[in-house]
Unconditional design. Structure first.
Ligand code: EPU
Length: 429
């Protein structure tokens, strides 16, 4: 059954409890896959979750000539990009997966040329690429935008190191430029780089392949260029998904339950956990698990999404869903995307008292939500609506699973294992 033709049917009211194992991070694995294009050897990635986005990225790598062998059960992926037969990534492939734009840096660095489609529109706001472009140009690439494509060429075939400064710490720009710099001549510096754990994961992976990178995870990254022959295959396990873990922890708390996310480092979830603690949730940590439990009435919150290590925008719809039922007035400011509040209107249809104006949602907690038919219009919005459904009276039907499947693997099974009443079925009129 295609995800676009499917819905979740959730009966609210069950108190979630138990443990869920955190899968590999979508926002890391897609970049590790792109980075394989730099390496003329076999890579074995593990902890690769069965996501729509992973399948789309496999299609792109194969289109470019790399071989991919994905074992969905074992969650392992072999990629061999010894031979790259094309440097052209067409619109039909790139538009399905915005993250695929990070193939531009590796292709230019390894092949000296690339023609990659611009990804196109996005539900949550404009997703600019000016910083990717500016940085690559400073490294000597000639870039032009023609007919919806970025066409790039590197004279002499080799990028040159540069001292780069990002106006904002964009994840995608940091990743594209860091990968490009791996094969550039000399030492590149990226200042005001994104500091997310997924950036560090990408750097660690590249280092395991023979790249020379220092400072990833801080706002200044140093990349000493190497030649392609110095890069080699490796086996690497993807970082666990802090956003997936956070989604299940919030779901448990919303139902007044207690959920443990295993295979996750609390260090990467500090902003979320400290906010939940401030709201009166009980937090228990081990070195590789996080438990969040309800211990009494929750307090309203003021939240502003910011760059890591601040509160992640990718957790905003989920915590919005929780705050709909927390007594008092909560305020949520979305600073990363101009339009990431589509879930609020759907929450209002379920009885939430919320208003959005100029990038700020003001939410007055209601006693209960009521089940309705709702549609998620992006990945995290759909997850947020599922959380609302878990606490709503009666049945809720959540559509938008084409988005959900991009970033959550075994979502229904994981919620079922925690005691949720949830099924996935075909949409019928
Ligand atoms: N931006 C610019 N210029 C640029 C690049 C970005 O102005 O050259 C702006 C964008 O317009 C946007 C903001 O900066 O408003 C964030 O962009 P960033 O480049 O940091 O995001 P991204 O790399 O496109 C990744 C995640 C997103 C996550 C953001 C922020 C992946 C595949 N996606 O996107 O994840 O929200 O970082 O943390 O890694 C999600 O998982 O649901 C998701 C949207």
């Amino acid at each position: 059954m295609k995800p676009e033709n499917s819905k979740l049917v959730i009966k609210g009211g069950s108190v979630l409890s138990g443990a869920v194992r955190t899968s590999g991070a979508k926002n890391s694995v897609l970049k590790l896959m792109a980075a394989c294009l730099l390496v003329p050897d076999e890579i074995l990635l593990s902890n690769v979750p069965p996501l729509q986005d992973v399948c789309q990225m496999i299609e792109i790598l194969e289109f470019l000539g790399a071989s991919c062998d994905y074992d969905e059960q074992a969650e392992t992926l072999k990629v061999n990009a010894k031979h790259i037969s094309s440097t052209f990534a067409p619109y039909d492939l790139v538009s399905r997966l915005r993250a695929s734009f990070v193939i531009l840096g590796p292709l230019l660095a390894r092949m000296g040329e690339a023609k990659v489609s611009l990804p196109g529109g996005c539900q949550i706001g404009s997703r600019r690429i000016d910083l990717h472009e500016k940085g690559l140009k400073e490294m000597g690439a000639k870039l032009e935008i023609n007919h919806g494509y970025v066409e790039g060429e590197v004279s002499g075939g080799k990028l040159k190191a540069a001292k780069l400064h990002l106006d904002i710490p964009s994840n995608g720009a940091t990743e594209n430029l860091m990968m490009a710099a791996v094969l550039a001549e000399g030492t590149t510096v990226i200042d005001n780089a994104a500091r997310d754990p997924e950036i560090e994961d990408l750097a660690n992976f590249l280092i395991a392949c023979g790249a020379k990178i220092e400072g990833a995870g801080t706002s200044s990254i140093l990349i000493h260029g190497v030649s392609v022959n110095e890069l080699h295959g490796t086996a690497y396990s993807t970082l666990p998904d802090r956003i997936e873990a956070g989604t299940f922890l919030i779901a448990g708390l919303a139902t007044k339950g207690s959920v443990t996310a295993t295979n996750i480092s609390a260090l990467h979830m500090n902003a979320l956990l400290s906010k939940l603690k401030e709201m009166n949730a009980k937090i228990d940590l081990t070195p590789d698990s996080v438990q969040v439990s309800y211990q009494g009435p929750l307090k309203p919150a003021e939240i502003s999404t910011v760059w890591y290590p601040g509160f992640p925008t990718d957790m905003q719809p989920q915590i919005s869903a929780l705050l709909t039922i927390v007594e008092g007035t909560s305020i949520i400011k979305e600073s990363i995307y101009e339009d990431r509040f589509s879930h609020i209107e759907e929450l209002v249809r379920m009885g939430a008292d919320a208003q959005v104006s100029h990038g700020v949602a003001v939410m007055k907690g209601v006693e209960s939500l009521s089940g309705a038919k709702v549609v998620g219009s992006d990945l995290r919005a759909t997850a947020g609506l599922a959380i609302a459904a878990l606490v709503a009276n009666g049945y809720t039907e959540v559509q938008g699973l084409g988005h959900l499947d991009r970033g959550y693997s075994h979502f229904t099974a994981k919620l079922l294992s925690l005691g949720a009443q949830i099924t996935r079925s075909e949409i019928t009129l």
